[in-house]
Design a protein around this ligand. Structure first.
Ligand code: PA5
Length: 467
């Protein structure tokens, strides 16, 4: 049987454009000034790419590192019943997005048989004692692999988790066997984690130096956790490569990442619509919206522009979930301040679907539901919500995902990552750095007593303002 051609994601941005949307972007503006601005952003990104700083664009083709992750996932990792990823920010959100999208809800609740004998997969990003102690009670530590993910190898939250877990593993299996329960994903050369790994002979995977945390989902950071549960990572990377090709064009109308970046930038800058809501109508894609939130916020929220001039910049990304948030956030989106753009994701084919039985034909309140399916209801509600927003003059667009597969997820990841670097060029900020997170880290080091970090003078709160 011939291979099925790859499902491709489509972007429908009609509800951002005039005349469909009252006050929407005019066609000649799109083809004129916006296309020119995008052309400049595209040239900027191509120049950056030539210098080698946009390493995430090469990840779909990085065969050697992909194979290394796959080999470890297929080999020693299959000895374990549970795999726990410890990593925060870009070192945790991608793995969560992959797990939730491709393994679906309740993976960890299935029997080993129901998981085709693959391990359960946990991603613990927050050093919250409740979660950590709960995890250590839930898993059999002696049969668990801990994948510690930290590019810098120094992040306080992840290192603290590692130390807690290391102790638990040593208690369970003895100090001499503990190292066999770890896999580190970190910088290829430097950092404390790599030093520990080198000293103890712990297996390690590398995050390329030119791939930043929030752009690392297609490196070993996301590929190992995917592969360990039997996800076809070749397909994930092939999907990402296909999207990278589609987004190579300097012509705005042909480049989906360019369209997203350009229209979202314009919505914020020219229309005051600074809240960018990503709202998948799929529980599986909820974590993709959380991943997007970090990518968009940490990349575009910057104090200084590329010339070093102080111009605090950045849209506010908000993750939402359809249909649930129609009963929570939609009222605000419809009638609250007109400062939002909503980006829906519709999954066209949800796979096995639940048909709604025809019962109570006498009850007009819900008789109409009978014979339809839950997937159909989700997609109809997405359509109705987009139209309701349009009628209210509220801009929105939809990404159509034919089915949730490794290939379409790879496309989604690549689409948003490329849109982010285009948006960085349009905003004229560096999307690859995050200087704003340093101060709170420094204060934490000082307060926790790190050697060389001065204890900060913290202002005592004014007692008048405490009740
Ligand atoms: O996107 C980023 O660079 C950050 O969110 C990092 O991923 C996060 O701070 C974790 O860093 P590290 O992987 O060094 O532990």
């Amino acid at each position: 049987m011939a291979d099925r051609p790859m499902d491709m994601i489509r972007l429908d941005f009609d509800n951002l454009m005039a005349p469909g949307l009252s006050g929407g972007v005019e066609a000649d503006e799109f083809a004129g000034g916006m296309a020119e601005a995008f052309g400049r952003a595209h040239a900027h990104v191509e120049a950056q790419r030539a210098t080698g700083v946009l390493g995430f664009l090469d990840l779909p083709y990085a065969q050697e590192s992909g194979q290394q992750a796959q080999k470890l996932a297929d080999g020693f990792a299959q000895w374990f019943e549970d795999v726990v990823v410890l990593g925060i920010g870009g070192s945790g959100l991608g793995a969560k997005a992959v797990r939730d999208a491709l393994l679906g809800p309740y993976w960890n609740d299935r029997s080993a048989d129901g998981r085709d004998e693959y391990p359960r997969l946990h991603v613990i990003d927050n050093p919250d004692p409740d979660t950590m102690l709960g995890l250590l009670q839930r898993v059999d530590v002696a049969k668990t692999l801990f994948n510690v993910v930290s590019k810098s190898g120094a992040t306080a939250e992840t290192m603290a988790q590692y130390l807690v877990v290391r102790d638990a593993v040593e208690r369970a299996v003895g100090a001499e066997h503990a190292r066999g329960h770890f896999l580190f994903t970190t910088d290829p050369v430097g950092g404390a984690l790599r030093r520990i790994g080198d000293a103890e002979g712990i297996p390690m995977l590398a995050v390329p130096p030119n791939v930043g945390g929030r752009f690392s989902v297609l490196s070993a950071v996301g590929v190992f956790p995917a592969a360990v549960c039997g996800i076809d990572t070749g397909e994930l990377l092939a999907g990402a490569a296909a999207m990278a090709e589609r987004c190579r064009s300097g012509r705005l109308a042909e480049n989906p990442a360019g369209v997203l970046a350009t229209l979202l930038h314009d919505a914020e800058r020219a229309q005051g619509r600074s809240v960018h809501v990503l709202m998948p109508y799929s529980d599986r894609l909820r974590s993709v919206a959380l991943w997007f939130q970090q990518l968009w916020a940490e990349s575009l929220g910057k104090a200084k522009n590329l010339d070093g001039v102080l111009t605090p910049t950045g849209p506010t990304p908000v993750p939402a979930l359809g249909a649930s948030d129609q009963h929570s956030f939609l009222q605000l989106m419809m009638e609250g301040p007109d400062d939002k753009v909503v980006l829906f994701i519709e999954v066209e084919d949800h796979g096995p679907d639940a048909v709604i039985p025809k019962r109570h034909p006498e009850m007009s309140e819900f008789a109409y539901l009978g014979g339809h399916s839950l997937g159909e209801l989700m997609n109809t509600e997405r359509r109705a919500t987009a139209e309701a927003l349009r009628q209210q003059g509220r801009p929105n667009a939809t990404l159509y995902v034919p089915r949730i597969t490794p290939a379409t997820l790879g496309q989604l990841f690549m689409l948003w990552q490329i849109a982010t670097v285009y948006a960085g060029a349009l905003y004229r900020v560096d999307p690859l750095d995050q200087p704003g997170v340093e101060l709170s880290k420094k204060l934490t080091y000082g307060l926790m007593g790190r050697v060389g970090a001065p204890r900060p003078a913290m202002r005592e709160p004014d007692p008048r303002w405490r009740i």
